[in-house]
Design a protein around this ligand. Structure first.
Ligand SMILES: [Zn+2]
Length: 190
């Protein structure tokens, strides 16, 4: 009887382990495809982008040389400089914040050893890493916001598609940005 219950426990743990593995695998991304959400809430326009590190810098491992560290730095700066790749039509929006979260830890502080240790664990769990960009605008004439243009593909040519989910003027939409079609119109009546 004890053997049977142990066997059941073993099977249960096995199923649980497999389930957890599947859940983590679902979190993995597809290279070439980025995701964006755009939400207008009253006068606040919030955007978040999720870009695979592979599409931004060309690799997803922790940098191993100076050149890779430099590429990460340049890409982070470019993502922060939203004027270069993001444009709004109408709305009189002023950017309040832009925050880029890099999956890489290239800071050279005293805790380097601790960081290295953390990375070993991170890599065990997933080989995929993402850059996150969070942007917030304050729009004086939010009702007049007509369009959004994203030109990231000129700088990061590995990004083939950006899937944009948006909620603007109480309408919801799903649009795809490609190098041939970089603009999303929010006013569908026109
Ligand atoms: Zn990846």
């Amino acid at each position: 009887m004890k053997v049977v219950s142990n066997l059941i426990l073993f099977m249960f743990c096995l199923v649980l382990t497999v389930s957890i593995t599947i859940v983590l695998a679902v979190g993995a991304h597809e290279h070439g495809k980025s995701y964006m959400t755009v939400i207008l809430d009253d006068s606040i326009l919030s955007m978040s982008l999720k870009l695979s590190a592979s599409d931004v810098v060309g690799f997803e491992y922790q940098p191993t040389n100076e050149k890779e560290i430099e590429v990460i730095g340049q890409s982070t700066l470019l993502l922060n400089d939203t004027d270069k790749w993001l444009a709004l039509t109408g709305g009189a929006c002023i950017q309040k914040t832009a925050k880029v979260t890099s999956p890489f830890d290239v800071v050279t502080d005293k805790h380097q050893h601790e960081h290295e240790h953390e990375h070993e664990h991170k890599n065990e769990r997933s080989v995929h890493h993402d850059f996150l960009v969070d942007i917030e605008y304050s729009c004086k004439r939010a009702a007049a916001l007509v369009a959004l243009e994203v030109n990231l593909q000129s700088f990061f040519t590995d990004i083939h598609q950006i899937e944009v989910q948006w909620i603007i003027h109480n309408k919801q939409g799903l649009s795809v940005i490609e190098s041939s079609n970089q603009e999303i119109m929010f006013n569908h009546e026109r």
